[in-house]
Design a protein around this ligand. Structure first.
Ligand SMILES: Cc1cc2nc3c(=O)[nH]c(=O)nc-3n(C[C@H](O)[C@H](O)[C@H](O)COP(=O)(O)O)c2cc1C
Length: 219
């Protein structure tokens, strides 16, 4: 895949197939992550990649931490289906460039909230941490490593969503994964095969006009 094409076509995916991701492929993607640039080559990232039973345990702990209004795994599937249909209707009735999940109302906002904390039920859930001793530039380096995960996955026909929301429940994550006390959690990512039929995954993405965020001084 051409790099520029990959950069422009990657998108956050919020509904996944149940098909597991082969471990060798996960290792290839995580190897790409470790080749990101980092301040002073400090490589401040620590990735905790969960699949199978550990992933299930992690998601269950986060569902419980969310509280009694969090839907079960089955109820969430049903909710995702229903909100997906509403998104389809929204797409038909609105200017496609103006449709976003959060503009589609309370249920869509709940789908993002409940979906994020369960890694959108993707088969791979990744937690990113860093040693507490790492210096001030480490968040920049970790951002580069996370973007490598997103792009390497995309190049393999896989999909991802960068997720901040699961970090609301740091204690649960630390306990399930046995993350050492000298590390701090930074962010998380879900990874899997995209459900290409899902309306949520087809929503038009927008960016503010280029001129508002980029200035080129060429003289
Ligand atoms: C730091 C960060 C945190 C994010 N957290 C979430 C999240 O918790 N849930 C979610 O659905 N998307 C999350 N996203 C994805 C953004 O919503 C998404 O990147 C943005 O809407 C642009 O869409 P695109 O990735 O499809 O280009 C996060 C992205 C970043 C960079």
């Amino acid at each position: 895949m051409d790099t520029h094409e990959a950069l422009l076509n990657r998108r956050s995916i919020r509904k996944y197939l149940k098909e597991p991701v082969p471990k060798a492929l996960v290792e290839k993607i995580m190897t790409a992550a470790t080749w990101a640039p980092s301040g002073g080559n400090s490589q401040p990232w620590r990735f905790y990649v969960t699949m199978g039973a550990k992933r299930d345990e992690l998601i269950q702990a986060l569902i419980e931490a969310t509280g009694p209004d969090a839907p079960s795994v089955e109820a969430y599937d049903e909710m995702a289906e229903r909100v997906g249909k509403a998104v389809s209707e929204g797409l038909k009735q609105s200017d496609p460039a103006d449709v976003s999940l959060l503009k589609l109302g309370k249920e869509a906002a709940e789908l993002v909230r409940f979906g994020s904390i369960r890694f959108y039920q993707a088969p791979v859930a990744i937690i990113v941490a860093t040693p507490k001793t790492m210096g001030g530039s480490s968040s920049q380096s970790i951002g580069a490593a996370v973007q490598n995960v997103l792009l390497a996955a995309h190049a393999e026909g896989l999909a991802t969503c960068w997720l901040g929301m699961p970090l609301r429940y740091k204690d649960e994550i630390i306990e399930v994964l046995g993350i050492p006390e000298d590390e701090v959690l930074i962010t998380s990512i879900c990874l899997g095969y995209p459900d290409k039929e899902s309306s949520i995954n087809k929503m038009v993405r927008a960016r503010v006009p280029y001129e508002e965020t980029v200035q080129i001084f060429s003289e």
